[in-house]
Design a binder for this molecule. Structure first.
Ligand code: NAD
Length: 432
């Protein structure tokens, strides 16, 4: 099938490369010229394991190409995916300008029947609005169907998640569009992955509901962690004990310095805003958001108390990306933590295996180093912000000797308090 993907970011590039690998002819379209030039040359501007090989292979096999030419990209395909960003506005509502602009381009250039698939995360009711935008932008009238097909991939695991998803959700109103969608995903369905076909609004809602639920689990555990700290319980064991209950399960029960990234924060705010629009106060999700905003700052007074005065103190930060195996820094807790420490006069030295190039654009007056040991040289304290695997098995003795004072704030509970104390560290975890 000939498919165009509008938006070549984390989701669009992975969707394009994976659908090409499944045998479709894919055009990836973006307004960012630099990004498209890089992709065309086989240079992948984002860090996503496995993406580089997949892109190169499919470009070589002529199933995948990249362009900034909207007209050509839209006219050459029967199916058009929208995978542009949907960030938050200042007031928490969803900024729809990129999706709306993509819809206008589709309307303007379409030259025959198209299936238009929204993969961007959009508030329930968006498909109806997009239909109007496309109709208004059409110069000549052409039939089209709108489909909602939200994406659930996780950055860092994106290709595995796309090819082997827990489920594929398709919101559709028309038999022809439904059979085209099932055709696109038949290679994945054959591997036994379930496809859930619903109406469009239900599909749009499933995406927000899923992210809000996952964020709820995290904020719930972070709130419990605060109670554990006060009572002497250990949140890690509490999570283990809870997770062994098959009704609860072990995932998304890790306490830490809060969730970040391009999805949970904005989607939680987005569903609160949709509730407001329809007169339904989303009380639980509002609390989830509030707990997370507090949690990102939770560690700051602890550091200040331990070091007494932060002015001129050297603080090492391990991990800048919002989670391991990505270079994505959107809404990363490291930003809140580093800016909070800098405000009190601390000097920051930071290491992240992949996110330094992105962090440099966001965080100023930070000394970036390319090795975790270099980061701790002469440090008054180390703060672990992102749980990259490579931080788990480092030489503790060496770290202790390199630091001015062996003080660790383990924002992701990757170490065991007793072991750290035995190794001579002053250790602070979250909720233990
Ligand atoms: P992104 O910011 O990485 O990429 C978006 C791309 O769209 C950018 O390259 C931008 O230049 C391009 N773009 C914007 N307007 C355009 C237009 N009119 N025409 C062509 N290109 C245009 O975003 P992302 O992280 O890939 O997210 C895309 C959508 O998928 C969002 O709605 C997000 O919520 C959702 N989503 C993201 C993830 C994730 O892990 N990143 C997971 C699931 C769903």
């Amino acid at each position: 099938m000939k498919i165009t993907i509008i938006g070549t970011g984390y989701v669009g590039s992975v969707t394009g490369a994976c659908l090409a690998d499944l045998g479709n002819e894919i055009t990836c379209l973006d307004i960012d010229k630099e990004k498209i030039e890089k992709f065309s040359k086989g240079i992948i501007p984002i860090y996503e394991p496995g993406l580089s090989d997949l892109v190169k292979r499919n470009v070589r096999e002529k199933r995948l190409c990249f362009t900034t030419d909207s007209k050509k990209a839209i006219q050459s395909s029967d199916v058009i995916f929208i995978a542009v960003g949907t960030p938050s506005n200042e007031d928490g509502s969803v900024d729809m300008k990129y999706v709306e602009s993509a819809a206008r381009d589709i309307g303007k250039y379409m030259n025959g029947y198209k299936v238009i698939v929204d993969k961007s995360t959009v508030p329930v009711g968006t498909a109806d609005k997009l239909k109007n935008i496309i109709n208004d932008a059409q110069k000549e009238k052409h039939e089209f169907d709108l489909v909602s097909n939200p994406e659930f991939l996780r950055e860092g695991e994106a290709i595995k998640d796309f090819m082997n998803p827990d489920r594929i959700v398709i919101g559709v109103e028309n038999g022809k569009a439904k059979s085209m969608m099932l055709d696109i995903y038949k290679g994945i369905e054959r591997t036994g992955r379930p496809i859930l076909v619903t109406n469009i609004k239900t599909s749009e809602m499933i995406k927000y509901a899923s992210n809000a639920m996952l964020a709820t689990r995290i904020s719930f555990m972070n709130e419990l962690a605060r109670l554990c700290e006060k009572t002497g319980a250990d949140i890690k064991m509490v999570a283990k004990g809870m997770g062994l209950d098959s009704r609860i399960g072990p995932r998304f029960l890790q306490a830490g310095v809060g969730y970040g990234g391009s999805c949970f924060p904005k989607d939680v705010k987005g569903i609160i805003d949709t509730g407001k629009e329809y007169g339904v106060e989303m009380k639980i999700v509002k609390a989830v958001d509030k707990v997370n905003e507090e949690q990102k700052k939770w560690i700051l007074p602890k550091i200040e108390k331990e070091l007494e005065d932060l002015k001129g103190k050297n603080i090492a930060i391990w991990g800048l990306a919002f989670k391991p195996k990505t270079d994505d820094m959107r809404e990363a807790p490291s930003i809140t933590i580093i800016e909070g420490l800098q405000k009190k006069g601390a000097k920051i030295t930071a290491f992240d295996p992949e996110a330094e190039h992105v962090a440099k654009k966001i965080l100023k007056n930070v000394a970036y180093v390319n090795d975790p040991y270099k980061a701790v040289e002469g440090a008054d304290a180390l703060v672990v912000v992102t749980e990259w695997d490579e931080f788990r098995n480092l030489d503790l003795e060496k770290i202790g000797l390199l630091m001015k004072k062996p003080v660790i704030f383990d924002g992701r509970n990757i170490y065991e308090p007793e072991e750290m104390k035995k190794a001579g560290f002053v250790y602070y975890g979250i909720g233990r």
